[in-house]
Design a protein around this ligand. Structure first.
Ligand SMILES: C[S@@+](CC[C@H](N)C(=O)[O-])C[C@H]1O[C@@H](n2cnc3c(N)ncnc32)[C@H](O)[C@@H]1O
Length: 234
């Protein structure tokens, strides 16, 4: 455990840029700092991907809508969007692959460094895309499913959307907000949306942060990040 912790470099992610400008203008006496934990070994879940601050920023700008809502994050990793949602008053369950115990521990650790007590302020459970384990039935109602950079490997796209379709079937008004990083223009989820009876709106991210003078592209560098809203076909 000690070596595990020793391997973790706690970084104050410069959500200070995210937070500082926003809070300075809107809530002068309030500062929200979020921390993410980086584990010095190569794995997708131990790093905060560029899609995460974009989704976090979207949630921040829509925080009144998320307040009090039941939010489920898929493929949380360091869980920046889900943790932000919890800090904004949402009732959040973070999920990570049930077959990756170290990743699940890392997600729990992200909660702890942000002073969120598990099972009190937030929940963390194992949820593997495309697998319908019994804990899915225990979830209860969900208003928003969120996920950042889950579409990083085409072989899992259908598993993600099967899980999303199941959750949206059980929560008829729920929506899935997700951000993804464009890694190849050949990759598409369009046929899978059709197959699983889902529809999708692409939201522009260009105006995110404008109200506080933030250029969202400063957060993502040269990466192309997109924001999707997926729901059941009406
Ligand atoms: C590219 S990372 C994104 C992590 C985080 N959401 C972010 O944006 O920083 C993809 C995440 O999906 C998780 N993941 C990969 N395969 C999965 C599966 N089959 N079921 C559930 N989660 C999975 C990984 O462990 C990892 O945390």
């Amino acid at each position: 455990m000690e070596s595990y912790i020793a391997n973790i470099v706690k970084k104050v992610i410069s959500l200070i840029y995210l937070i500082k400008r926003a809070f300075k203008d809107h809530f002068e006496d309030m500062i929200l700092k979020l921390y993410t934990t980086y584990l010095l070994q190569a794995s997708y879940s131990f790093y905060t991907w560029p899609s995460a601050p974009v989704l976090a920023w979207f949630i921040w700008e829509n925080r009144q809508e998320f307040y009090g809502k039941k939010v489920l994050e898929l493929g949380s990793g360091t869980a920046l969007p889900g943790i932000l949602a919890a800090k904004c008053g949402a009732d959040v369950t973070l999920t990570e692959s049930a077959t990756l115990p170290k990743s699940l521990s890392h997600t729990r650790r992200s909660c702890q460094v942000n002073n969120l007590t598990i099972n009190k302020h937030i929940r963390v459970i194992g949820l593997s895309w495309g697998l319908f384990l019994s804990n899915l039935d225990l979830l209860g109602p969900v208003d928003y499913v969120i996920g950042s950079d889950c579409f990083f490997e085409p072989s899992t796209f259908e598993d993600i959307l099967v899980t999303v379709a199941y959750l949206l079937d059980n929560n008829i008004n729920a929506k899935f907000f997700c951000t993804y990083q464009e890694r190849s223009s050949d990759w598409s989820i369009e046929h899978l949306l059709l197959k699983w009876d889902l529809e999708c709106i692409v939201h522009s991210i260009n105006n995110l942060g404008n109200s506080v003078g933030l250029n969202i592209h400063d957060l993502i560098g040269d990466h192309s990040v997109h924001l999707l809203e997926i729901s059941r076909k009406s």
